[in-house]
Design a protein around this ligand. Structure first.
Ligand code: HEC
Length: 211
């Protein structure tokens, strides 16, 4: 039990630390040559970003599962990715858990100036732009296996490899809380494939080793 808790803390601080690391204005990286020259400072054009503090989660109703779900969503940091502006330390309280139009780069910017980018989706129950069409079970499956309702494997940037350790009742509590939220209409950009310039700012998450 203790050991598991420790793993969580390490896992979460790992993400929190990395996300605060660097942000790259995607547009400014529009160099004519898309492969960075040797010895070029790979962090050129990047700006450090602040972690989001004081993200207040919507209350939800007073059912026990919803209350527990809100607690877990706060603990597991879902809103630090899935909230508009939160990835760069400027969360929009009207769009808490309603998705992010700031992307997360998922390929190495030292290999290609135009890394692929993924956008944390809208988790409110809006039918068009959020989880409105997802059943409680489908959200539970996503959390515990990373599989979407369409059978696609979600990238590990969404920390499902850690969330897979959730027990059934905690995963159901999270899903119940998300289902209880007010739907917010917010369409996030489509995934950008590596080699294509993203039209939005991106945060970079990665581990790099010095020689
Ligand atoms: C480090 C950032 C990050 C954190 C923290 C995070 N997510 Fe995600 N999540 C993502 C990204 C990015 C995707 C999209 C991944 C993809 O499409 O492959 C995603 C996808 C999802 C999806 C699938 C939605 C869809 O429309 O496909 C759900 C549901 C989800 N996350 C719920 C959660 C919950 C609940 C938590 C907290 C327990 C959480 N996420 C924490 C980044 C994050």
């Amino acid at each position: 039990m203790q050991k598991n808790n420790l793993k969580w803390v390490i896992g979460l601080s790992f993400f929190a630390g990395l996300i605060t690391a660097i942000v790259l204005p995607a547009i400014s990286s529009a160099a004519p040559d898309s492969s960075p020259a040797k010895n070029k400072n790979p962090l050129q054009g990047m700006t450090p970003v602040e972690a989001s503090k004081g993200l207040e989660l919507p209350q939800g109703n007073d059912e026990a599962a919803v209350v527990q779900g809100r607690y877990l969503v706060g603990l597991l940091g879902c809103a630090s990715c899935h909230t508009e502006g939160a990835l760069i330390g400027k969360p929009d309280p009207a769009k808490t858990l309603a998705g992010s139009s700031i992307g997360i780069a998922y390929s190495n910017p030292m290999v290609n100036n135009f890394p692929g980018a993924v956008y944390p989706p809208n988790l409110t129950p809006d039918k068009e732009t959020g989880l409105g069409e997802w059943s409680l079970e489908e959200i539970v499956t996503l959390l515990r296996s990373g599989k979407t309702r369409h059978g696609r494997q979600t990238m590990a940037i969404m920390p499902w490899t850690s969330y897979a350790q959730l027990n059934e009742s905690d995963a159901r509590a999270i899903a119940s809380y998300l289902k209880s939220l007010e739907p917010v209409k917010n369409k996030v950009p489509k995934q950008v494939l590596p080699g294509n310039p993203a039209k939005t700012p991106l945060v970079h998450v990665g581990l790099y080793r010095s020689r």
